[in-house]
Design a binder for this molecule. Structure first.
Ligand code: UDP
Ligand code: MG
Length: 315
């Protein structure tokens, strides 16, 4: 089975949205086919170890409609790995793949524009959020702070672009050649190069169900992003250490001078404060180094990203 365009949709406990998602995405594919922009398209649902009826729904859609197929991962591997699984399938079966979340927060109409940009010669087309009217104040500001921090630390990310993008076969194959276990796809894709284009859209509210990215997961994803793409935090630690040594040298000189003058100072407060401060800095430094050591540990284990437990609609 060969198709022009695969739409890869990771799903984790998405029974509430899948009906509507399937309806809208099949309509998009049908429109593209009618308009002659693609010959055949496919929706690839990747069930990321859901515990609700997600997989049953995917199987029934696959039976009803030849445009739908699905992979069921054996375990909840995480959003990025679910995407990876779908893209691996797409690299073997499609000319290009669009990745989009199951909750349709990203505008499905932008897929048409992405296909146009791809046909116009782009290998990677980024979906970029124009505004975040519907995001909560908190989500909007934490997300933007993240993009800024990431860029300041030297990790390449496209501002306001998440995982809604089109990649053609060439870009997919290049991405799949990355051997690392820690997946931070938006950063990895940005570092591929090739010809890129951007398509702008408005981000909507989740159709139904709850976010599968609670604060804890979001923070750990952001940390992963930074530590997978930048070693600058380590360098900042060294710089901080250097600064402290300078301060210490000044303090020693000052201490000796004061001692020679015969003014003994009580100094209890300053001592107490510096002990805490230095202790805290050392722990922070160790924590950051530990984060990288943990990454190395994960990488050397070279575990597979996922296992496929079942398939639907694959002929
Ligand atoms: N998702 C997944 N595995 C997970 C968590 C999320 O496949 O462990 C999927 C989820 O079903 C959705 C997408 O990743 O299609 C993005 O999740 P969500 O919309 O909950 O994140 P948010 O938009 O709130 O950041
Ligand atoms: Mg969402």
């Amino acid at each position: 089975m060969k198709v022009d365009l695969a739409i890869v949709v990771p799903c984790y406990n998405e029974e509430e949205v899948l009906n509507e998602t399937t309806r809208q995405l099949t309509a998009v594919l049908a429109d593209l086919e009618v308009a002659g922009k693609i010959k055949a398209g496919k929706i690839v649902y990747v069930d990321d170890g859901s515990r609700d009826r997600t997989w049953e729904l995917i199987c029934s859609f696959a039976r009803q409609d030849g445009r739908v197929c699905g992979l069921k991962l054996a375990h909840n591997a995480g959003h990025q790995r679910a995407l990876w699984a779908g893209m691996e399938w797409a690299a073997g079966h499609a000319e290009a793949a669009v990745s989009i979340d199951a909750d349709l927060q990203d505008d499905v109409q932008a897929i048409g524009e992405m296909v146009d940009a791809w046909r116009g010669g782009a290998d990677v087309v980024y979906g970029v959020r124009q505004e975040r009217k519907t995001d909560t104040f908190f989500k909007k500001h934490t997300a933007q702070a993240f993009y800024r921090l990431m860029n300041a630390l030297g990790g390449e990310v496209v501002y306001n672009h998440a995982d809604f993008r089109l990649m053609d076969k060439r870009a997919l194959q290049a991405l799949l050649a990355y051997p690392e276990r820690n997946l931070f796809l938006r950063g990895m894709v940005a570092s591929l190069g090739f010809r890129t284009a951007k398509v702008y859209y408005d981000r909507k509210e989740r159709m139904a169900g709850e976010s599968k990215y609670p604060l804890g997961k979001m923070v750990s994803f952001a940390l992963d992003g930074i530590t997978s793409f930048s070693v600058r935090p380590l360098r900042y630690i060294a710089m901080l250490g250097f600064l402290f040594i300078l301060i210490a040298v000044v303090a020693i000189i000052y201490g000796v001078v004061v001692y020679c003058q015969g003014n003994t100072i009580p100094g209890w407060t300053s001592l107490l404060v510096s002990v805490w401060f230095i202790g805290g800095s050392i722990l922070l430094a160790l924590g950051i180094i530990g984060e990288y050591v943990g990454k190395i540990y994960k990488e050397v284990k070279r575990r597979p990203h996922y296992f496929v437990a079942e398939e639907a609609g694959m002929d």
